[in-house]
Write a protein that binds this ligand. Structure first.
Ligand code: NAD
Length: 419
């Protein structure tokens, strides 16, 4: 077996590849083997032995702590560094101790700056929206910056006092309403961090032939951080992808120069000619718009905190967290960790009822990332068939008309049989 590597900015994937995996805590022990079996069968069905995956277990979370005394052993980090592409089940967040979150630690160590969440609806799955078939979005959430970076000080500590004194005495900040009882957080948003994220989103839209990229921000209020995100995002599109994109920024300029009618004509020409429309939307309006006219959006590029909210809302529109896949990726180094987006679900662990589809669809994303599209498509088609007949785990089946609740292992076997 051999390793995935990068050559001239491109991922090189051997036919027989080793993939490190973290089983995951709680329901991880149930979903991981089911997903691996399905992936193995799909790869065999698609390539008849020409391609295969060797799964290499690495430890993290509760299992790692039990066996090694560490939550995230260095050997695990080394395996992800070395093999580039890996996958993980959900991890318990350690209570107390130095690590805030194992997921954040992994993302930071490998500088996985894109959190990619594709959101699509499967026929048969119950949805709270009227036209779920119109939901097909791909969220690019910035993963390393923003108020999420964890730079904050608790009220009442000497650090919070010192930070406030600096703001007040040296920066002339006079509008902290309750300085004595305030905690403080810092929100770094950089041009570099924004541009690598937006670049990845545009390249993804080009590769998958998607119609638009929307920059979602609160730049109307936070002018330098979120407003910067919007400006720098448009700049990437206009400077680096001028042949392939048309931006709403250009539209506004044309409107000023030539009038609205000519600007609209130019935009229509660009879009009809196959250019990607790069637009922006204020985050609150965006959440509303995704409910009212979801088909207006395709690829979404957004900051870390906005991305968190957006991911959950969109996931809820197509069936909830049991079915929402995700990945954390650095497109420059090739490092990528695909993951179940839900937690360890301790309330249902060990009952053989957990839905394996979040991890399974993340495995599909991984196969696509490796360029093994045929195997990925086989799994997606099998899922479409099962859901359209109302066959699913209980979390989905209970809301389906004529739904048939299957255990985790029976659902896994059904997908294997369909493959
Ligand atoms: P959770 O996602 O584990 O569970 C929330 C609810 O959703 C529960 O009722 C659970 O039964 C249900 N659920 C989750 N996944 C499901 C699935 N695949 N199929 C059916 N039902 C499912 O969130 P929580 O309870 O807040 O967190 C539990 C633990 O997981 C905590 O330690 C938390 O820190 C951790 N966590 C880890 C991750 C991760 O590793 N990515 C993400 C979120 C939470």
């Amino acid at each position: 077996m051999s390793k995935v590597y990068m050559e001239n900015g491109k991922l090189v994937v051997p036919d027989h590849v080793t993939v490190p995996f973290i089983e995951g805590d709680g329901v991880g022990a149930e979903i991981t083997p089911v997903c691996q079996q399905i992936v193995n069968v799909a790869v065999e069905a698609a390539y008849h032995g020409q391609r295969s995956i060797e799964w290499k277990e690495v430890l993290a979370g509760g299992k790692a702590f039990k066996e090694t005394g560490e939550w995230l052993p260095e050997a695990t980090m080394d395996a992800f560094r070395e093999y580039l592409v890996g996958i993980k089940g959900p991890l318990t967040t350690p209570v107390g101790g130095g690590i805030r979150s194992l997921n954040v630690a992994l993302r930071q160590a490998l500088d996985l700056y894109v959190c990619l969440r594709p959101v699509r609806w499967f026929k048969g799955v119950s949805s709270p929206v009227k036209e779920p078939e119109k939901v097909n979005m791909h969220i690019f959430r910035e993963n390393t910056e923003d108020i999420y970076a964890g730079i904050e000080w608790e009220q009442g500590t000497p650090e919070a006092r010192k930070f406030y004194d600096f703001l007040h005495n040296e920066m002339g900040v006079k509008n902290v309403r309750f300085p004595e009882t305030s905690s403080f957080g810092v929100k770094p948003v950089s041009k570099e961090g924004t541009q690598r994220l937006v670049r990845a989103a545009i390249e993804y839209a080009l590769y998958h032939k998607l119609a638009s990229v929307t920059l979602v921000h609160k730049g109307n209020i936070m002018k330098f951080t979120e407003g910067g995100f919007k400006r720098w995002g448009y700049e990437v599109a206009e400077k680096e992808f001028s042949e392939q994109t048309f931006t709403m920024n250009q539209f506004e300029q044309l409107k000023k120069d030539l009038g609205e009618e000519s600007a609209r004509a130019e935009m229509a020409k660009a879009v009809n000619g196959g250019k990607i429309l790069v637009k922006d939307c204020i985050a609150d309006a965006f959440l509303q718009n995704t409910l009212l006219m979801p088909d207006d959006y395709s690829v979404i590029a957004t900051l870390n905190l906005n991305g968190d909210y957006i991911s959950d809302q969109l996931a809820a529109m197509v069936g909830g967290i049991g079915i929402a896949p995700g990945a954390n990726i650095n497109y420059q180094t090739g490092h990528a960790i695909f993951e179940a987006t839900h937690g360890t679900a301790p309330n249902i662990a060990g009952k053989n009822i957990v839905n394996p589809c979040s991890l399974l669809l993340s495995s599909v994303m991984m196969l696509e990332y490796l360029g093994w599209k045929e195997a990925a498509a086989l799994i997606t088609e099998a899922l479409e068939e099962a859901f359209s007949k109302g066959q699913a785990t209980n979390d989905l089946a209970r809301f389906m008309p004529d739904g048939q609740s299957l255990s985790t292992t029976d659902f896994g076997q059904l997908i294997v049989d369909l493959l």
